[in-house]
Write a protein that binds this ligand. Structure first.
Ligand code: GDP
Length: 601
């Protein structure tokens, strides 16, 4: 009956799903959020939208106004959507709760012209890792050449009104994005073709500029939440509040405050809290709960107004003493009627859950929030890079001290994600020969580090290769004896490897190796050269032998390999040397091992 629907529609224990907006820079995250907020103003429902700290609450009634036929309020009992205002995956990674992402659902914004970009891929990885359901907003459809805008309309009606040529161009752009999603391992399709949003990613064409498709976007978000997330939205709204620190901020007149997203229960102005800090959990009493003051009243001193209590889901600024060590991404828990030790233990357990596994040796990692630190640690684990120390905060001199103790030069390294490097730290790093890598895209940061390791290892190999004797095989050509001895000068053809001046020449007599002499010079068509490669014919001057006694026309000669060098070449550098040189090495080893099977092993 009607009464039942009425009661159900406002069950107080169903909270608002929390929505995060992710995507590559400039793809339109901020514009999309602005549009959602702005659309509601145009609809005359501005009063119904509430600005929270760090978030905007859009109630079901407003969503229904914007979405028109696409959202029938009676079909829903979730109260609306809470959009996190700070777009981007940095804030998203901060948004963690017990065991995962704090955002219940996400919008991945992709510019239809630009397609997938580094941060798009990174956002996808984070969404996948945190198992957050998401839809893709294929933004900026209005920029397709020839597009005729129909402001704030659902996408299909405006699409139908475009010319065939424009429709074709839109289709191409959308299928490109669907293809890229599929390459990234997501089965995706235009949202109206998706039956099961748990299995398939819905793509919604939108324009944050003209508002086209925004009704669809809100309708899909709402539908998805209602259908798949209702159970998770059931909370004990009167219970002690649980939330996550979004940002730690100095606020004039209030000292250090924590902008917090509350996802469970209630916080009251007289509550005691436990907050995750860089050291021990912080136990503190709320001094003030602050919300943004409505625009109309902004002439007063403070931008904030005090409230007595807030319930999940909401964004709230909490002023309290001793918050200096609070960390972005850390848990916030109301104590209320429980032993404070129990709550401290809960916060500890949550922090331990986020804590990164460290090894005795490895790189130093710094990140801006606990969530991003965790994402960094996951990515480094995938890349098999061990971590010796992982902390939230800017790169400080003591981080350099830790990094400088590494034995392995590959680990005299600090990886900073979305953090600053303090001046002192930069200077120390230079003195201590510690390498600093910073970036605001995780995989770029890790790729940068991997490139450094590769280059170092290659440089090391090059040094080894330079100091090592390299194998080569060559033959004295018939009728090419130019001088008998002192030195012997003969024409040769290099079979494999490269011969160089000063190399020592050997020959095999049966199973014995004989040292023949040393190459004094190489000439190619009358010109002095330093070396000759496989296939080349040159004349060589060899100090030591006499032609006719020690060497003959048609003899096969070798560059003599010290046993140690042969061993390094075979065991460590076989992949690094050219194929013909490897052939020379193997033939040389084969001959040597006929006499001594363990030679060079
Ligand atoms: P963010 O970095 O992802 O937050 O991107 P912004 O929202 O700042 O948008 C970047 C630029 O793209 C701005 O100049 C916006 O005006 C523009 N923009 C965003 N969405 C649209 C859109 O749908 N259509 C058009 N034509 N421009 C857009």
């Amino acid at each position: 009956s009607d009464t039942d629907t009425e009661t159900d529609a406002h069950t107080p224990s169903l909270r608002t799903p929390i929505v995060a907006v992710l995507g590559h820079v400039d793809h339109g995250k901020t514009s999309l959020l602005d549009k959602v907020r702005g659309s509601a103003v145009i609809e005359g429902e501005a009063g119904a939208i509430t600005q929270h700290i760090g978030a905007t609450a859009v109630p079901l009634e407003v969503i229904s106004e914007i979405a028109g036929d696409l959202v029938e309020p009676d079909d829903f009992d979730l109260p609306g959507l809470l959009f996190i205002d700070t777009p981007g995956h940095h804030s998203f990674t901060t948004l963690r709760s017990r065991g995962g992402a704090l955002a219940d659902i996400a919008i991945l914004v992709v510019d239809v012209n630009d397609g997938f970009q580094p941060q798009t891929r990174e956002a996808l990885e984070i969404l996948q890792r945190s198992e957050t359901p998401f839809i893709v907003a294929a933004n900026k459809v209005d920029t397709v050449p020839g597009w005729n805008a129909n402001e704030d309309t659902p996408i299909q009606s405006t699409y139908d009104q475009q010319s065939e040529r424009v429709q074709g161009a839109v289709d191409t752009a959308l299928y490109e994005i669907i293809g890229q999603l599929s390459e990234a391992g997501f089965s995706a399709d235009l949202y109206w073709r998706v039956q099961n949003f748990q299995r398939n990613v819905g793509v919604v064409p939108v324009s944050a500029m003209t508002g086209e498709g925004v009704p669809d976007l809100l309708a899909v978000m709402m539908g998805l939440s209602q259908r798949y997330m209702k159970a998770e939205m059931e909370i004990d709204v009167a219970g002690p509040g649980v939330g996550t620190v979004l940002e730690v901020k100095e606020e004039k007149g209030f000292g250090t405050t924590i902008d917090t997203v509350l996802y469970d229960g209630t916080i009251r102005a007289d509550d005691r809290l436990v907050v995750g800090g860089t050291n021990d959990p912080i136990v503190t009493d709320v001094r003030a709960l602050l919300q943004p003051r409505p625009l109309a009243e902004i002439r007063t001193e403070s931008r904030f107004e005090r409230v007595d209590e807030v319930s999940a889901a909401s964004g709230i600024k909490i002023a309290a003493p001793d918050l200096g060590d609070a960390m972005a991404g850390a848990p916030v828990r109301v104590v209320r009627d429980r032993p404070v030790e129990d709550v401290i233990a809960e916060v500890r357990a949550e922090l331990a859950d986020i804590a990164v596994d460290t090894a005795d040796e490895g790189v130093v990692v710094k990140a801006d929030t606990l969530g991003s630190l965790e994402a960094m640690a996951d990515a480094l684990a995938d890349a098999e890079v061990p971590i010796v120390r992982a902390e939230v905060g800017d790169v400080a001199p003591r981080d350099v001290s830790v990094a400088s103790t590494a034995d392995d030069a590959n680990e005299r390294v600090i990886l900073g994600f979305n953090v600053d490097v303090l001046d002192d730290a930069e200077r120390r790093a230079e003195i201590d020969d510690v390498r600093l890598f910073t970036d605001d895209v995780i995989y770029q940061l890790i790729e940068g580090y991997e490139r450094f390791v590769e280059e170092r290892e290659r440089a090391q190999q090059d040094t080894v290769l330079e100091s090592i004797t390299r194998p080569a095989r060559f033959r004295i050509l018939p009728d090419h004896v130019f001088r008998q001895n002192d030195p012997a000068v003969v024409g040769v053809e290099v079979g494999s490897g490269t011969i160089r001046t000063n190399a020592v020449v050997a020959a095999f007599e049966g199973n014995e190796t004989d040292r023949v002499g040393q190459i004094k010079g190489i000439q190619e068509q009358g010109e002095d050269v330093e070396e000759a490669r496989a296939g080349e014919r040159v004349s060589v001057a060899i100090d030591g032998p006499t032609v006719g006694r020690d060497i003959e026309e048609d003899d096969e000669l070798w560059i003599e390999l010290p046993e140690k060098h042969a061993k390094i070449l075979e065991q460590e550098l076989a992949d690094e040397i050219p194929a013909d040189e490897l052939e020379a090495l193997n033939m040389y080893l084969e001959r040597r091992r006929k006499r001594d099977p363990f030679w060079g092993k």
